[in-house]
Design a protein around this ligand. Structure first.
Ligand SMILES: Cc1ncc(COP(=O)(O)O)c(C=O)c1O
Length: 447
């Protein structure tokens, strides 16, 4: 063994990761401050809805690679399609056949998408949409929803959060925010700033159903947003990174009957392969084209690996899988059962006020509250810790097609035991039962 390898072998994986990767992972939500002390420090493989750590310990996973896997890890039909593209060269000198097929597939599925550009990460897709909107309108301001946690790692978004170090004030000031589900508040913002706003960026929904429209019976808040954007000539950008292939197979926009100008997709669209996209109306998207003689150009997403063939092959196979199986129905029905199970167990253990599963059935959320009724990170940590010691990794709930009855029984059993500890901890002290530090919010200014 070489000296560096020997040195490395003597240290824990967490320490080694942190020594060579700032934050110890390539997404802050994978960091050690997001998991309890008994969580596996590193994972080696995933199959279906199970992941294995470096020692071969298996965990039932509800993280599902930050929601990017909605069928299951290593789904054979998806992998085979990706492998076929790898064997065909994986990245060629001009546009590839699979690139055309993927673009035609996406534009045929999503009603508002006449053109599409693929990329590797969601952040770059949303930032590309913002750039298009600024170019299209000639305006500078971005209006983004304050109740939705994340849109991009780029300055236009991060500059409007508490972690704005390294971002000039001038850039931060160009992003303003609006609250979800409040048409009147949005109306007021648009009356004041409407002429300066290039785009409005939001998700269709996260934990709350869209409220009723204040303008028209039978319509929703999302229809109001679409209407107000049109009224003020603002580009409506719908971020469907999470909702895209979970709420409905043709996007949450199909479920809620809205037509955004631009939509961004990513995460589950290729069952864990790195594919994201910005798609939308031709008159906006075509600002990035090369055909219109004399048109001033917009340098829209241009990346060496943006249309990597393996990812696009995975995307096509994922969409085929969705067509051939009731993936969406399963996500909604399994999520409903899981939510009911968690809430019933909480009730049985006298934790009705402390452990609450709520939100959309296809994307439930879990809230942990202390005795005073305040959302509690230490109690959340203890919940994750106890579930992990029963081989269930539940940092949040992301459902996949491969979650089934066997997994529900496993969760049932794990909850029964874990909630005994939670009850005791609430009666005595949470700290007494926590074996390490509490998890912390990703969006905090200081470490
Ligand atoms: C709604 C939303 N938009 C954009 C992104 C960024 O996607 P990516 O991590 O692929 O860059 C995320 C990631 O969590 C997201 O949840």
């Amino acid at each position: 063994m070489s000296l560096p390898a020997k040195k490395a072998a003597n240290k824990g994986y967490e320490q080694r990761l942190k020594e060579v990767i700032p934050g110890g992972a390539h997404t802050y939500s994978r960091g050690s401050d997001q998991f309890p002390a008994n969580a596996p420090q590193i994972l080696s493989s995933g199959s279906g809805v199970y992941v294995k750590d470096s020692e071969g310990n298996e965990f039932l996973d509800f993280g599902m690679a930050l929601r990017s896997v909605a069928i299951g890890y290593a789904e054979p039909s998806v992998n085979n399609s990706a492998i076929q593209q790898i064997m065909s060269g994986n990245n060629l000198t001009r546009a590839s056949m699979i690139e055309l097929e993927a673009a035609e597939r996406l534009t045929s599925m999503i009603a508002s998408a006449e053109m599409v550009k693929f990329t590797k990460n969601g952040s770059t897709a949303v930032s590309a949409a913002v750039k298009l909107a600024r170019a299209y309108t000639g305006r500078k301001l971005v209006l983004r929803c304050s109740d939705h946690p994340f849109f991009s790692f780029d300055d236009w978004f991060i500059g409007s959060t508490v972690i704005n170090r390294g971002i000039p004030d001038e850039i931060s000031r160009m992003t303003i925010t609006f609250p979800y589900n409040n048409t009147r508040a949005l109306e007021n913002i648009l009356d004041e700033h409407g002429d300066d706003i290039a785009c409005l960026v939001m998700e269709a929904a996260t934990t709350e159903e869209p409220a009723a429209s204040v303008f028209e019976q039978g319509k929703s808040y999302l229809n109001d947003v679409e209407y107000l954007c049109k009224k003020h000539n603002i580009v409506f950008i719908l971020d469907e990174m999470i909702t895209g292939f979970r709420w409905h197979k043709y996007g949450a926009q199909a479920l809620y009957n809205i037509q955004p100008d631009l939509t961004t997709f990513g995460k589950a669209m290729a069952n864990g392969f790195s594919v994201a996209a910005v798609a939308g109306k031709r008159d906006i998207m075509s600002l990035g084209s090369i055909d219109e003689t004399g048109q001033e150009r917009v340098f829209l997403l241009s990346t060496t690996h943006g249309a990597e063939m393996s990812g696009l092959g995975a995307f096509i196979a994922t969409m085929d899988f969705y067509e051939n199986h009731d993936v969406i129905d399963h996500l909604w029905s399994f999520g409903k059962k899981l939510k009911n199970l968690i809430n019933c167990k909480a009730l049985e253990h006298g934790l009705k006020e402390n452990l609450i599963a709520s939100g959309f059935d296809c994307s439930p959320s879990i809230v942990l509250k202390d005795r005073e009724g305040n959302v509690s990170m230490p109690l959340r940590t203890l919940f994750m810790q106890e579930m992990l010691s029963r081989q269930v990794m539940m940092p949040w709930i992301s459902i996949a097609y491969n979650h089934g009855d066997k997994e529900l029984r496993h969760v049932d059993h794990a909850l029964d035991q874990s909630l005994i500890t939670l009850r005791k901890a609430l009666d005595e002290s949470i700290d007494k039962y926590l074996i390490g530090e509490s998890v912390k919010p990703v969006f905090r200014k200081y470490n």
